[in-house]
Design a binder for this molecule. Structure first.
Ligand code: LMR
Length: 400
């Protein structure tokens, strides 16, 4: 009898599991709007020109690859801090930020959660927006957190339930962690404006809550600077400590390279030094140190003023194309007698929380070979002009 005989089958991942089903689907006109991956007009995941140039340069100057330091490439970490905190150089000059390159944004979340779990001891509690990216709860539970929720999405307006959010945050236990999406909220596409961020930050400060920001889509709503507004406002606030996880998967179209970073802000340099030692200890216990190639690509682009400017333009092109897909879908749905989807134009980033029910999502998949997440999330960044009519036909049909 095998010692593994009692191991039960784990459920499929709600997002990555769907990709497997999609790939196995033999229908030629299938469309995958489930996973958050940007595709271009030709339906391909783009290789950015700036990334290609750095890659060619790296190949020409091919070098042996030793281990990176536990916390990754120093230039990558420095450039990441500049991208996150922009002009708020005081927080950087004061040495308050401990940054480590991580295996994608997911490892940033997990390492950050593990470090906080240790720091907070027995009563580690995190509140997630309702809804949030499905993996947030999985990661925090695996790190030993109790997972709670705060109200966020308002199904009636397809927008923000701001009063509910403030009320729930105002009731949270002192010392709790609050996970916040910096921009392009996943899965809803509903974000806070500057005034709302200011109010939320005031409540977090007053209640002694610890902000834990997930920024996976910087540059996909309005641009690198405006999309980082939550991080900048936190840096300017009296809140002494917070966490920022960021990912370059989407903004550099480097999904498979797993490029992310964890930045933990402490009250002063000495606190940040202690935090970095804990981050490194945690990374060493999971994967020792990050991978070399993706980090070198990102640092190569961000470290050159010329390449960085061109990358911003490439990012701007991706952003504009997503906006055009939103507008194109809304227009076609209205023309098919489904004007109720106008809210898709107000949502930001890659996703729309479409309001489609699980039954409607299953009809889209079964009858039309269009894949969306069961919670109704669709990825506009996976659309292209040639698919808009078919997708609008299908959504209108299941909405009738
Ligand atoms: C998504 O939400 O689709 C992406 O962040 C990919 C993932 O890992 O779930």
């Amino acid at each position: 009898m095998s010692l593994f005989a009692s191991v039960e089958m784990a459920p499929d991942d709600p997002i990555l599991g769907l990709v497997e089903t999609f790939l196995a689907d033999p229908r030629p006109d299938k469309v995958n709007l489930s996973i958050g991956v940007y595709h271009d007009e030709q339906g391909r995941i783009p290789l950015l020109e700036t990334v290609r140039e750095v890659e060619l340069h790296l190949a020409q100057a091919a070098a042996a690859r030793g281990y990176l330091p536990i916390d990754g490439l120093p230039a990558y970490n420095r450039l990441t801090q500049e991208l996150l905190f922009g002009g708020r150089t005081d927080i950087l000059a004061a040495g308050r930020v401990a940054t480590a390159q991580t295996i994608g944004g997911s490892a940033a979340l997990r390492v950050g959660a593990d470090v906080l779990r240790q720091a907070l001891g027995g009563h580690a509690k995190v509140a997630l927006s309702n809804p949030s990216w499905g993996n947030h709860a999985v990661v925090f539970r695996a790190a030993g957190f109790t997972v709670d929720q705060y109200r966020y999405f308002d199904p009636a307006s397809h927008g923000l339930n701001f009063a509910g959010m403030l009320e729930d945050l105002g009731r949270m236990e002192r010392g709790s962690v609050v996970l916040l999406h910096a921009c392009c909220h996943n899965p809803t596409g509903v974000d806070l404006d500057t005034a709302q961020w200011q109010q939320v930050i005031a409540v977090l400060d007053e209640r002694g809550l610890l902000p834990f920001v997930d920024m996976a889509y910087q540059g996909f709503d309005q641009g690198l600077e405006p999309d980082a507004r939550a991080v900048r406002l936190l840096a300017d606030s009296p809140i002494p400590a917070f966490v920022v996880c960021n990912s370059y998967s989407k903004s550099f179209s480097l999904y498979g390279e797993r490029v992310g970073a964890l930045s933990v802000v402490g009250a002063d340099r000495e606190e940040a030094t202690r935090l970095l030692s804990r981050i490194k200890q945690t990374i060493r216990s999971i994967y020792s140190s990050p991978a070399t190639h993706g980090g070198a690509l990102v640092a190569g682009v961000l470290g050159s003023a010329e390449l960085r400017a061109r990358w911003e333009a490439e990012l701007g092109d991706m952003r504009s194309r997503i906006h055009a897909m939103r507008a194109g879908l809304v227009e076609r749905l209205a023309a098919r007698g489904a004007p109720q989807y106008a809210f898709i134009n107000r949502q930001a980033g890659m996703f729309s929380y479409s309001g489609l029910s699980k039954a409607q999502v299953h009809r889209l998949r079964d009858e039309f070979a269009i894949y969306a997440v069961d919670n109704g999330r669709i990825c506009l960044a996976a659309l292209s002009r040639d698919k808009l009519d078919a997708v609008a036909d299908a959504i209108a049909a299941v909405s009738a």
